[in-house]
Unconditional design. Structure first.
Length: 424
């Protein structure tokens, strides 16, 4: 191989940062290199990264393999000890060209491979400018990094550090660059995006940032948020949901569970009732809004009754896109020291919750049939509606917006025909 290849795991923030990594590595003159941007959210994510590293080495015996991302930050020695790995960079180091100019030589001992600093010492997030997000028709903008909360199951603050925000002016400038490059849809992303602005002068909120972007960059046709914590929603965010057609009617919520005692043991900041109230208010303001959510099955001490509360919560909330995680103990987190649920039962509950999520998704697709929607065409013959439903759109031009009629679905994605007024 030649050039720089990037293998990305995990969240949209990682996707965005992978483009920064590629650009910085290429500017630094790196060649014949594979950058692996890892995720630490579950033990399975770490396992998949290790598997990808071994496969990359088999397929590219002479390439330099550099591992970074959250798992490299939190489990540095795990990756440094891999014979296939030439260097390990921390989450801060991966974003600077200097890191790629000062890589260790091939074949050095494990302790000499590591370039990982303490993330808790990082106090600011520098704006990272990109003009292109490889393989995507929507562009991601990092507006925030890190997290000040300490949910008992989560290792991510130790991989990302404390919460810090990108100044508003830098976000606006990045949005302008991306729209000039032809992107019509922008996604604002962060580790805890709704905490945006607490560390900036004047403490602007995420909703205020979104309002400002839509006002100052009129070429943004569609604006999304990646994932939010509903308990942190501000007045400006409610205004956008109610009154701004360019703000997309889809929110992905960090629910995690639906039993109040488990939520307390997770150290979440919302109750079941507060989560439902947020969803109900959003639906009153924007009836076409759809919700995704993350939920964990098999959290320590979870009884069958508590699990059933989680299932009912997903049903009562009407979650259209349910992401289910079997609980995975992460070393160093408080939950890893709690009484654990048997692994077979964890997997069984995750499968049952996924099954319910699939039924909720099927019902959501049923409701979409017969409606008229505006879709944005992806690179792979698929498209997304404003509420993020997947649509088969063969033969249409990527990045185009089309008005279509939803004619049916196959249980996984919608089917459509171009609306008559747009057919010409």
């Amino acid at each position: 191989m030649s050039g720089v290849e990037v293998i990305t795991f995990g969240c949209r923030l990682n996707t965005y940062e992978s483009e920064v990594m590629r650009a910085e590595a290429e500017k630094a003159g790196l060649n014949n290199a594979i950058l692996v941007n890892t995720c630490a959210v579950t033990g399975e994510a770490v396992r998949q990264a290790r598997q990808a590293i071994r496969r990359a080495r088999r397929e590219n015996p002479h390439a330099r393999i550099i591992v970074t991302g959250c798992a490299a930050q939190t489990e540095t020695q795990t990756f440094a000890d891999m014979a296939e790995v030439d260097a390990v960079l921390g989450n801060e180091e991966k974003l600077t060209g200097a890191s790629y100019r000062s890589l260790p030589d091939f074949g050095v001992p494990a302790e000499e491979k590591v370039r990982v600093n303490d993330m808790m010492s990082v106090k600011a997030t520098a704006p990272q400018m990109v003009r292109h997000i490889d393989g995507h028709v929507r562009a991601f903008i990092q507006v925030q990094n890190g997290c000040d909360h300490r949910c008992t199951f989560c290792i991510i603050p130790y991989g990302r550090g404390n919460s810090r925000s990108v100044p508003m002016g830098a976000v606006v400038e990045q949005a302008r660059k991306l729209t000039e490059s032809g992107y019509r849809e922008i996604v604002l992303t962060g580790v805890d995006a709704t905490s945006y602005g607490a560390d900036l002068p004047g403490q602007p909120s995420l909703g205020y940032l979104a309002k400002t972007l839509l006002k100052q960059v009129p070429d943004i046709l569609r604006l999304r948020l990646s994932s939010i914590d509903g308990i942190e929603a501000d007045k400006h965010l409610w205004d956008l949901i109610a009154d701004e057609p360019r703000f997309m009617p889809h929110l992905h919520l960090s629910l995690q569970h639906g039993d109040d005692l488990i939520l307390k043991r997770m150290k979440r900041r919302h109750s079941r009732a507060e989560a439902l109230a947020f969803i109900e208010q959003a639906r009153r303001l924007r009836p076409d809004i759809a919700f995704g959510a993350d939920m964990i099955a098999g959290f320590p001490t979870e009884t069958e009754e508590m699990f059933e509360n989680a299932v009912r919560h997903a049903e009562e909330a009407g979650i259209s896109f349910l992401h289910v995680f079997p609980y995975s103990p992460r070393p160093g987190t408080p939950a890893a020291r709690m009484p654990q649920v048997d692994r077979r039962l964890v997997k069984d509950r995750a499968a049952r919750l996924r099954s319910r999520g699939e039924a909720l998704h099927h019902a959501h697709l049923d409701r979409m049939v017969g409606t008229e929607q505006t879709i944005i065409i992806e690179m792979n013959g698929m498209a997304h509606t404003e509420n993020f439903s997947l649509v088969a759109a063969p033969g249409l031009v990527p990045r185009d917006l089309k008005r279509v009629i939803i004619t049916g679905h196959n249980g996984r994605h919608l089917e459509m025909q171009v609306a008559p007024a747009m057919a010409a």
